[in-house]
Design a binder for this molecule. Structure first.
Ligand code: FAD
Ligand code: EPU
Length: 337
């Protein structure tokens, strides 16, 4: 157990933050132990992976940070067609995906290079380039901080949605996800629906892609527009893409013919929040050390010494201005701590 533990390297906004208490969890038994200690019973707690989807509003977290560090990847079932792989929550997501791609197991390649740890991935059903975690998810095992039970969740029980799951809604902060099992394909079916992947494969001169090439294309696209948190603090998309009724979309489209939207569930359209923010004039904006990325307006950045409140204040200004201009509410995707 650590007292006054710095979280500067545990949040990709690069904020100067400290936790009153912190504990590292390399194993289930450490978790069982901590729930019996006074600090756990008396203080609020925060489960933390890589901190790449969190914004700390204050520079001191008055509670216990539970740092997930368990490791291990194992094959739990195998047929001629598929393989079930179980991976510990503390494994690095991008490293795990790279290993699976290099082993010839398909399904995760479009999710290459997403920062963070495996345990947080189901929490918000991570997604990119036409694939979401739920598409390859089989089950997960989690520790109930209230009862001390180990509970298995299948796909249905996780209640996955767009950047959402039961762990982000009704069960937030109650379960520590310990391991996740994926069902991967030994005869991969490529997912090239996202236009820019095809373009990038062409640019790379690849005409018969496999999962390694698709993974590389995704990595190239991501590097070309998303800032690397090691160089510029950020947490990826700050807001979710808003889903609106088609009637609202049609009205907007008649006023703004180049608005970007994709068909969502029946009768609804998902708008590109990056487009709305850019058209509201925010792309490349900077106030002090808080800013809006110049290549991707959905990404808020810390140029160095911004505080969580500076970034949050900017986010609220953007939210307000998008509502004023387009009548559309955009909701934060990052977890506000
Ligand atoms: P953290 O930030 O540590 O935690 C996120 C939330 O999950 C917190 O509420 C935390 O309490 C909870 N949590 C963490 N671990 C556990 C656990 N073991 N059990 C229960 N709850 C837990 N996301 C996408 O979906 N698609 C993208 O394309 C994408 N691109 C990104 C690009 C950049 C440059 C960055 C910085 C972020 C991007 N993200 C993206 C967001 C982020 O990478 C993901 O949300 C990632 O899964 C967060 O992992 P983490 O370990 O850092 O989570
Ligand atoms: N756009 C603009 N201006 C901008 C940014 C985007 O006009 O500044 C428009 C462009 O037309 C572009 C479209 O928006 O074609 C979509 O942009 P992009 O392909 O970059 O995707 P996004 O909708 O902004 C989402 C996810 C990302 C994910 C990418 C790729 C959300 C909230 N974000 O971004 O996830 O990597 O698609 O699939 O759904 C994250 O969650 O942190 C994240 C980075």
């Amino acid at each position: 157990m650590y007292r006054n533990y710095p979280l500067n390297h545990s949040n990709t906004f690069g904020l100067d933050v400290m936790a009153a208490w912190a504990v590292k969890i390399p194993d289930l038994k450490d978790l069982e132990k901590i729930t019996k200690e006074r600090v756990f019973m008396e203080e609020k707690h925060l489960i933390l992976g890589g901190g790449s989807n969190c914004l700390f509003l204050d520079d001191y977290f008055e509670g216990l940070a539970i740092l997930i560090e368990n490791k291990g990847i194992s094959i739990t079932n195998e047929t001629d067609e598929s393989v079930a792989v179980s991976v510990a929550a503390g494994e690095d997501w991008a490293g795990f995906v790279e290993k699976m791609v290099n082993s010839g197991y398909g399904g995760l390649e479009n999710l290459s290079l997403i920062p963070g740890k495996v345990g947080a991935a189901p929490m918000q059903n991570i997604g990119a380039y036409g694939v979401e975690l739920k598409d390859v998810f089989n089950s997960l095992q989690a520790f109930d901080l209230e009862t001390g039970d180990l509970v298995d969740f299948n796909k249905e029980a996780c209640d996955f949605g767009y950047r959402s799951s039961i762990f982000k809604t009704t069960l937030r902060n109650r379960f520590v996800i310990l391991s996740v099992e994926f069902l991967l394909n030994k005869r991969p079916v490529l997912n090239l629906g996202y236009g820019s992947i095809k373009q990038e494969l062409e640019r790379m001169g690849v005409d018969k892609p496999g999962i390694i090439e698709v993974s590389q294309a995704v990595i190239n696209i991501r590097k070309s527009k998303l800032p690397d948190p090691a160089e510029l603090g950020n947490a990826g998309s700050f807001f979710k893409n808003p889903v609106v009724h088609n009637l609202v979309f049609n009205d907007l489209k008649s006023e703004y013919p180049d608005i970007v939207g994709y068909p969502d569930h029946e009768g609804a359209t998902k708008l590109a929040a990056g487009w709305l923010i850019e058209k509201a004039g925010w792309k490349g904006y900077r106030s002090g050390d808080a800013g809006v990325h110049h290549k991707q307006a959905l990404v808020l950045v810390n140029y160095g010494k911004a505080t969580g409140r500076d970034i949050y204040g900017l986010a609220m200004q953007i939210q307000h201005s998008v509502k004023e201009k387009f009548g559309v509410h955009i909701e934060p995707e990052v977890n506000l701590i």
